[in-house]
Design a protein around this ligand. Sequence first.
Ligand SMILES: *Cc1c(COP(=O)(O)O)cnc(C)c1O
Length: 221
Amino acid sequence: MSSIKENLKQILETIPNHVTLVAVSKTKPVSDLLEAYHAGQRVFGENKIQEMTQKWEELPKDISWHMIGHVQTNKVKYMAPYVDTIHAVDSLKLLKEINKQAIKNDRTINCLLQIKIAEEESKFGLSDTDAIALLNAEDIKPLSNVKIIGLMGMATFTDNQEQIKKEFKHIQSLFEKLQPDHPQLTSLSIGMSGDYQLAIDCGSTMVRIGSSIFGARNYSH
Ligand SMILES: *Cc1c(COP(=O)(O)O)cnc(C)c1O
């Protein structure tokens, strides 16, 4: 079995410098995160607030924490003191709450708008039209302590590379269409263990990789 350190090294060798590696450590013990930390990794992604907060408390404070899962408005306050980037923002209501909690903590929180690109019905996210409307809404102008830095997408859970490519191309073209009017959009968060090379070919600047670094997740216990 290869080590976390070796996995990280291998992945970093295959991604360009301008692409941020978010090490997705959900369900993994603090000891695994520390191993990655000691290998130089500083950006970690979690999808449950309680778990992320517990790890934040235990681990070195120079880690950049990314919330990659769906966020309920009433949970924002728990991560506002420390979270760096929230990937799955999909409403004005959520943005307002993030701003409110960021102000309370005298911080700015980076946000990515989640775009619905998968065909599956269950996935969260905004349609292209709703994302454009949100970015242009007067209501977001007063939100002083959130910074919308880009878009995030999750492709359909499938082995069909053509399908995934089509979905990545969709978000890439939306991203490129929005950039001239919204120069603050610099990040495109697409790509996971199985499809990050494809995502990088489609313009990804942030890959969220879990199992290829830490091994398969076990949800059975
Ligand atoms: C779990 C998760 C990942 C990482 O998935 P892997 O296939 O293990 O790399 C990426 N993004 C999100 C939103 C996730 O929930």
